[in-house]
Every structure is written in C-alpha cells, then in structure tokens.
Write a protein that binds this ligand. Structure first.
Ligand code: SF4
Length: 324
C-alpha cells in the first residue's frame, strides 16, 4: 500500500474526477504589469519568463494546437485521456475579460478537458476579473494559483515584486468569497530567508486558507537580476539537504486538506545557472519522501493532525469547494 504522507495532486484529481488527470502547460501570450512598465520594467528579480515555457511551446501555436500536441503526448506516454490546461506564462488574469474568455473557452472546448488552472499575481484580480472568474468557476473546475513567494515584506521588496503581503491576503479573501479554488506559489531559500521565515510563511498560508501550495527552491536563472547578485557573491544558495529540511518543516505546518502541487522547481538546463541539484527533480522528490519516512512525519503533523488526515475526503476538511 502507498505510504502517503502528503496530499498530492494525483490523489486530489482522483478524488475530484474519479480518474487520472494530467496538467497541460499552455502559453497564452500574456504580459505582466511588473514587466510592461505599469509597476516596473525590470520584472521580479528571479524571473526569466522563458524558463516557464511549456515543453511543447513553439511561437505562433494556437491554444488548440498546443493542446493537441500536449494531450497527444500525455495519452501516448501515460495512457490518460483527461486533461487540466494550465496557463503558465506571465500573469494570466492580466487583460480584458472578453479577451481572456476567448483563450480560456478555446481550452475548455478541447476534448477531455476537465478544468482550468490560471496563474496570477496577488494584485491582478480586480473586480471585473473576479466577477468573470466567478462565472468561469461555475462552468468548470477553476483553480487560480497566486504568486505569493513569501509573506515577508522585506524579501518581497528585494524580489522587486512590487506588491505587499497585504495584497496576498486580499487576493485569497476575494477568491474564496467567490468559492474559487486557490493555490499559493512559494519560494524557499531566497536571500534573507531562514527556518523562521519558512515557519512564518507556513502560518501565513494557513491564514489565507489557500487550497493548494506549490513549493519551489530558489534557482538562479540566466538573464535575471538575481543572476548578477549571485555572480557578485552577494548570497549563497541552499544545499539540497537544507532545502529538503525546509520543505518538510513547511509541510509539517501545513493543514492536511491543502493540495501539494509541487515540491521542487526547475528551469531548463540551458537557462539554469545554479544550483545544479535543482535539475534532478526525481532525486529531490525521493529524498523528501525518504526523509519524511525516516522522521516518521507527514503533512500537518506539527499542527496535531494524524497521518491518515492526508487521505480524508476533501468534504471533511476546510476547502473552497464550489458545490453549486
Ligand atoms: S514572476 Fe510573474 S509577476 Fe514577476 S515578473 Fe515574472 S511574470 Fe511578472
């Protein structure tokens, strides 16, 4: 029997849809207010948008063509016919609702698509967009992933995020008031972070009530401002062992109803400056699991939850589930 210590995405999809579902990364040609000059032209210190290109990306491909290629591969490789498109470039709620709807609707009309995932910034959910997303969440299983990164305003400033942690709180409140399923993207290991900031971040995410969490290590990518700081020796990156300790600490302080979408992040080899260990995703995942087993720990343990709570149906736990 599987030794489950976290609520992972596969088990969540099986619970919701009764079968295996795979995410398919899409490129919608979006922009970002932190790049187009609205907030800044520099972008976040760690961001190179090319590093989040979906694997099948080719300039000029329509959403349908991208889905055809992505879904065909998934069916061939994993024998799966249910798909969850994920718009992952820049800020995918940054635009006119009618234009966004054209892209999202094209994705939703593709055979086998069972839901939709969008990623955005905390300050890119104005009222008209929220109203539109609420409508969309009645048409499909909508999952909005918010780039939180950290709860520490000092680190947010260093990252040049151009928003504060209060924007994050407001964004989750607004999504949940509309029963929109949410997730938080977090970076572990940014300069200035520590065991204390990881604990503070986990507490912050509990307060937001985020339905899912995506964790990733800081990796230095080419053509970013953090690459220059790294080259100048201004900070050191975490070793893999230290990252694994921080991830486990975060998980132990995360409620068992929260879906863990990812435990590590990587960029394409040719764009990665450091750390090289970030390129070995399976090694990191196996090490996290082995370490949790050795420590006999699990998601939510430090909050007093039993190990079996990661298997409880979501209806028994706190989530923003749209039943209507
Ligand atoms: S990380 Fe997101 S918000 Fe920051 S510059 Fe890149 S696309 Fe924009």
């Amino acid at each position: 029997m599987e030794d489950k210590r976290i609520r992972n995405l596969n088990s969540f999809f099986r619970h919701v849809f009764g079968r295996k579902v795979y995410k398919v990364g899409l490129w919608g040609g979006f922009s970002c207010p932190n790049r187009d000059g609205t907030l800044s032209s520099e972008g976040c210190a760690f961001c190179n948008p090319l590093s989040s290109h979906p694997k099948s990306f080719e300039e000029g491909k329509s959403i349908t063509q991208q889905l055809t290629d992505g879904c065909r591969y998934i069916t061939w490789r994993f024998n799966v016919n249910s798909f969850f498109p994920y718009f992952q470039d820049y800020t995918t709620t940054y635009g006119d609702p009618a234009e966004l709807d054209a892209l999202y609707s094209e994705a939703l009309s593709y055979p086998g698509v069972v839901g939709l995932s969008l990623c955005t910034r905390p300050d890119c959910l104005p009222e008209p967009i929220l109203g539109y997303l609420e409508d969309l969440s009645r048409r499909t299983f909508l999952w909005v992933e918010v780039g939180v990164q950290t709860s520490d305003d000092r680190i947010l400033r260093d990252m040049n995020r151009c928003h504060a942690s209060l924007d994050t709180v407001n964004s989750f409140n607004a999504l949940h008031a509309r029963k929109i399923f949410s997730a938080a993207h977090m970076i572990i290991g940014y300069p200035g972070s520590s065991r204390e900031t990881v604990l503070a971040d986990a507490a912050f995410i509990r307060e937001t009530g985020a339905d899912g969490v995506k964790l990733q290590n800081l990796h230095v990518v080419k053509n970013t401002s953090i690459e220059k700081q790294f080259a100048a020796g201004e900070f050191e990156l975490m070793e893999m062992d230290e990252y694994i300790d921080m991830v486990i600490l975060f998980l132990e302080h995360t409620e068992p109803g929260v879906v863990i979408l990812r435990l590590t992040g990587e960029a394409p080899d040719k764009l990665t400056v450091a750390p090289q260990w970030s390129l070995h995703k399976m090694t990191i995942l196996n090490r996290i699991h082995e370490e949790m087993k050795l420590m006999d720990t699990w998601q939510g343990k430090s909050l007093g939850f039993s190990k079996s709570a990661v298997n409880l149906p979501l209806e028994n736990l706190r989530t923003h589930w749209r039943a209507d």
